[in-house]
Ligand binder design. Structure first.
Ligand code: SAM
Length: 291
């Protein structure tokens, strides 16, 4: 078994299996042991932990996870990588399951229930950048039993996660992250730490789930729909953005009444509002919301 983490070993494996990088899957493999060490320090994995890894690639980070965790479940969409992982780079570990699936279709709730007795798991990944936002949103919006999410993301995405109201980076991702988690930037990572090199700078960010959300809202599901509506058409007033949003069915009059009850001016835009305000609007609309 090859121990991965430097460019030479990565190239050896890629050549051995005639592996061709798939751009559509956002494949940029890590080739720097210092970065791998930083991810592991931030993720704080112990022998008690069940870890879900999204996109193991050729298994570089997975090897580190297997050494430190009780059990690792690695979900990889590219079937060409599966024999590399199973027959070679992860063959020596008996605490890893390799699943050939799209993470957006994978049942994480069942994994936590069946394999961890319902106890929260840790998620660790060097994420495929083309679907970072849907992955992080799906992990957070459904309030799954997850203790922490330690991920490599594009630098701009890390900035969006931490942005506040009224800034250009502020959006649905900022609100979803800040509702559920505390953020910590563990490392800045330049393009030369990956093969092939991405066009952008990257960051390792840890999201630690909050014990309690910072605002109490009757229906978080409705609040997140309102947030998505607001940022779907961010140049529109909140009133029009909510009225036009396909997933919601409120009349303009109902929305106006709710904005008034929440103390929000009717011509306000969502990009100016924080979690408190979205929570108040959601509560005012909740009586007439059928999920
Ligand atoms: N973890 C490896 C590393 O650090 O070297 C690879 C990281 S690479 C940035 C992203 C990985 O995610 C690739 O292996 C890619 O095939 C996989 N991937 C892309 N889309 C996926 C999806 N929807 N579900 C699961 N894995 C996916």
């Amino acid at each position: 078994m090859a121990t991965l983490g430097d460019p030479k070993k990565t190239i050896e494996i890629l050549n051995k299996y005639h592996f061709v990088f798939q751009k559509k899957y956002g494949q940029n493999f890590l080739i720097d042991t210092h970065v791998l060490d930083k991810i592991m320090r931030a993720a704080d994995i112990t022998k008690d932990d069940l870890v879900l890894e999204i996109g193991p690639g050729i298994g570089t980070l997975t090897q580190y996870l297997c050494e430190n965790a009780r059990e690792v479940v690695a979900v990889e969409i590219d079937r060409m990588l599966i024999p590399i992982l199973k027959d070679d780079t992860l063959a020596a570990y008996d605490n890893v399951e390799i699943v050939n699936e799209d993470i957006l279709k994978y049942d994480i709730a069942a994994l936590v229930r069946d394999r961890n007795g319902g106890k929260p798991i840790k998620v660790v990944a060097n994420l495929p950048y083309y679907i970072t936002t849907p992955i992080v949103m799906s992990l957070l919006e459904r309030d799954l039993p997850i203790k922490s999410i330690t991920v490599m993301v594009q630098k701009e995405v890390a900035e969006r996660m931490q942005a506040g109201p009224g800034t250009k980076d502020y959006g649905a991702l900022s609100l979803a992250v800040q509702y559920r988690a505390d953020t910590y930037i563990a490392a800045n990572v330049p393009p030369n730490c990956f093969m092939p090199r991405p066009q952008v700078g990257s960051c390792v960010i840890r999201l630690t789930k909050k014990a309690e959300p910072p605002v109490t809202v009757k229906s978080p599901e409705l609040m997140f729909k309102l947030i998505r509506a607001a940022f779907n058409q961010r140049r529109k007033t909140l009133l029009n953005a909510i009225a036009n949003f396909g997933e919601l069915d409120f009349t303009k009059e109902e929305i106006l009444n709710a904005l008034q009850a929440a103390g929000i001016p009717e011509n306000e835009r969502g990009e100016k509002l924080g979690l408190n305000e979205f929570g108040r609007i959601a509560d005012a609309l909740e009586r007439i919301f059928i999920s």
